[in-house]
Design a binder for this molecule. Structure first.
Ligand code: HEC
Ligand code: HEC
Ligand code: HEC
Length: 113
């Protein structure tokens, strides 16, 4: 299978974690949205790839070889939100605010991990 879509990864992972990848608002991250200019630059910077028509795909964030995160085969460290903020810089007013859950719950994580 080619690496231009989510299909390669979903062939196994949709079976392994049913519900994690759904094409609706309740998935853990939107599947295949079109990236904006900032997000496109972040993908270039991480040296990952986009799908057709600049869609965000699994391999935009995940790097199966030589990943940066110590877990999850990620293309950038998760620490301090750097993975997310490179594509969502408009959310940077959250950092340090009372909505920044790291203040009250520094050791908690969302989800199963
Ligand atoms: C042939 C089946 C298969 C395919 C295809 C596949 N994976 Fe996996 N993947 C696995 C298995 C099995 C594990 C280990 C699951 C476990 O330990 O619970 C895994 C684990 C992972 C993990 C977790 C690693 C960790 O540190 O916990 C990530 C992230 C991941 N795969 C991403 C991907 C991505 C991105 C793709 C597409 C490029 C992909 N996988 C394609 C079978 C597959
Ligand atoms: C926007 C970036 C991004 C995209 C796109 C993305 N992931 Fe991930 N993925 C992450 C991050 C960040 C984590 C670590 C989550 C955590 O800390 O719990 C992760 C974790 C995972 C894991 C491990 C989860 C676990 O708890 O075992 C798997 C498997 C995985 N991703 C597969 C995929 C597949 C398959 C796709 C495409 C359908 C995909 N990811 C798309 C960022 C992304
Ligand atoms: C490579 C770029 C990229 C990365 C990295 C990334 N995202 Fe996204 N994210 C997108 C795109 C594209 C969308 C869909 C369009 C949009 O809302 O900007 C999106 C949408 C979202 C949404 C839905 C927003 C809404 O209004 O419905 C959330 C929540 C989100 N991302 C959280 C995260 C988190 C948390 C991380 C870090 C684990 C992350 N993103 C990492 C590109 C990215």
């Amino acid at each position: 299978m080619g690496v231009e879509s989510n299909q390669l990864c979903l062939t196994c992972h949709a079976e392994m974690r049913p519900g994690m990848f759904r094409d609706d608002a309740h998935s853990e991250h939107p599947l295949s949205p079109i990236v904006n200019a900032e997000q496109k630059a972040a993908v270039k910077d991480m040296n990952t790839r986009l799908g057709p028509n600049d869609q965000l795909i699994c391999l935009s964030c995940h790097k199966l070889h030589h990943g940066k995160g110590d877990r999850f085969l990620l293309a950038r460290e998760l620490k301090d939100g750097q993975m997310c903020m490179q594509c969502h810089s408009e959310k940077n007013t959250m950092l340090g605010s009372s909505h920044d859950l790291r203040q009250k719950f520094p050791n908690e994580r969302t989800g199963s991990a």
